[in-house]
Design a protein around this ligand. Structure first.
Ligand code: MG
Length: 257
């Protein structure tokens, strides 16, 4: 069952989203060679708590971090730890924030200094597919229109959509109905109605779409070792159209290094 939110509740989710976006900006500003993912995690947690909010991921099914930090061929769910970033890495950072009982969820993949042409194209295309999905989150469309928009954008560039991981509804809970695949035919699935809030999160590899789980039972890697990227927005469907609750401006992602 898809739980719809009132305009007032969506405003509260946007307040969580604002803290989240500023957390991502803070983490992005700290990304450079030699920094560990644990240091990024601690900076994120300190900032989130300083805003009177809580990190949604910490303790979720036992997850130890406040962010997921997934370098290179890791797609999602990386546990922050001793890994030191290297020049030329890409790092996916996923953050969840709970504020006043409402959850926001967003992710973006950063480049550590200048990266390979393959990595650049992967980042640009994955972020582009998320931005392309925003207008599809309009009332009167169907969920499949969102999924199809992402798939079309990514596959046109010869990259692969991870199929076994999906986006989700979000609200008081981080994961609500519906599940949102990043591929599929248009014109299918639930009708989008004002009050639905969706976490749209394309996960894309530069190789094949299959993934594998690591021995830590959290980290998910591309099975073929190809680079992977992850971008995510929390988006509300409103009577006035799609409203991104975790907005940032499209950029090239390169960090000083
Ligand atoms: Mg999510």
């Amino acid at each position: 069952m898809i739980v719809k939110k009132t305009p007032e509740q969506i405003d509260k989710m946007a307040a969580a989203g604002d803290i989240l976006v500023r957390t991502l900006e803070l983490v992005g500003g700290k990304i450079r060679p030699g920094v560990t993912t644990k240091e990024l995690d601690q900076a994120a947690e300190t900032f989130i708590r300083s805003q009177g909010a809580e990190p949604a991921f910490k303790g979720y099914r036992g997850f130890p971090g406040s962010i997921c930090a997934s370098p290179n061929s890791m797609v999602v769910h990386g546990i922050p730890g001793p890994y030191e970033l290297e020049r030329g890495d890409i790092l996916s950072v996923d953050v969840g924030v709970v504020y006043d009982g409402w959850v926001a969820d967003a992710a973006r993949t950063f480049a550590v200094g200048s990266v390979s042409a393959v990595a650049s194209k992967l980042l640009e295309t994955t972020q582009g597919s998320l931005f392309a999905a925003v207008p599809a989150c309009a009332p009167g469309n169907r969920l499949g229109d969102v999924s199809h928009t992402i798939q079309t954008h990514v596959e046109a560039e010869g990259l692969s959509i991870v199929r076994s991981l999906v986006g989700h509804g979000i609200g008081r809970e981080m994961h609500e109905d519906p599940q949102i695949p990043n591929y599929g035919p248009p014109g299918r699935g639930p009708l989008l109605e004002p009050g639905m809030v969706l976490a749209i999160e394309p996960m894309v590899t530069a190789g094949r779409h299959q993934v594998r789980m690591a021995d830590d039972h959290w980290s998910i890697f591309s099975q073929d070792g190809s680079l992977a990227a992850h971008f995510e927005f929390t988006i509300a469907v409103t009577a006035e159209g799609p409203r991104v609750l975790t907005p940032w401006h499209e950029s090239a992602h390169a960090t000083a290094a």
